[in-house]
Design a protein around this ligand. Sequence first.
Ligand code: PMP
Length: 354
Amino acid sequence: METKKFLSSYLWDLEPYVPGYQPQNNEGLVKLNTNENPYPPSPRAVEAMRSAIGENLKLYPSFDCLSLRSAIAKMEGLSTENVFVGNGSDEVLSLCFPAFFKQEKPIAFFDITYAFYKVYCKFYQVEYDAIPLHSDYTAPLSAFHGQYGGVLIANPNAPTGIAASLREIEEVLRNNPDCVVLIDEAYQMFWGHTAAGLIETYPNLLVVRTLSKGYSLAGLRAAFALGQPHLIQALINMRDSFNSYNLDAIALAGATAAVEDTPYAVANAKKVMATREWFTEGLSGLGYQTLPSAANFVFTRPPRGDAQQVFEALAQRNIHVRHFTAPRTAEWLRISIGTQEEMERVLAALTEIG
Ligand code: PMP
């Protein structure tokens, strides 16, 4: 039967994002392929979610999400009008594209960055320029200056893990006064710096952050955007034209408690960062070339560049990492940082693989 006729034509050649493998049976598995946090979420967040389960679920959740927005505002020294919340940063980013990036000029991002950006471009029919990273995978940020309809930077970048300095980010903001500069800070907590302090000065800055990584809440789907009120209101208008209750009551309770317990998350991030440095050194001892990471993963090249073979050999030992097969990344592996014990197991496996 010809079924294509049932579909809108724009769906015919969509190329959806392919997420990392999510096995359902985790026994004995070392799962280092989607940059999840190896430590559990704040017990206070778990307790808040338990308490949110009850008769109250017969009601719709808060549509203005004020408790979560004010917890985030308080943490950032901003006001609730500076905060938008969404169902994971994938949702927040997806609202940003039609809100800010459908311009006459193309938007710009790096050739090696979060793969979802290209998917959104196709979905929303936004033209883009993919600016090549330098050969050492650092970012030529001055390439963004002044000619685009929007700028999108993951900082720290993924999958490289390399962070651009706030001074460089400010240069981009200063040189692009007429378009939105979106800084995707998904991995901010493993770096410790943020562009959020520039929001008061730059009306074109939007910072997006997630609770998936730093707060160990990937399963919850909660994230936020920070910016001046005109940008935040635009996102609220987008959301209210799409799904006005985008965070459910359980997620709102859990995310609010998690943000209020940020020191717990920061302590876990510090453990991840210490393990990252230890693991990087261990890789170097095996002849791997590893980029300087400011995130909860490392991007590393096996001595012979045979990343596909190493990926498979690790998978056989029940260790799952990520391999991107595009030309500039094919010789590299992205390995999320797990617990110290997990990373010891990975290093032992890599030693054995040789
Ligand atoms: N941005 C970047 C750079 C990412 O790596 C990810 C995680 N894959 C996301 C955004 C999306 O994160 P989430 O939807 O879980 O908030």
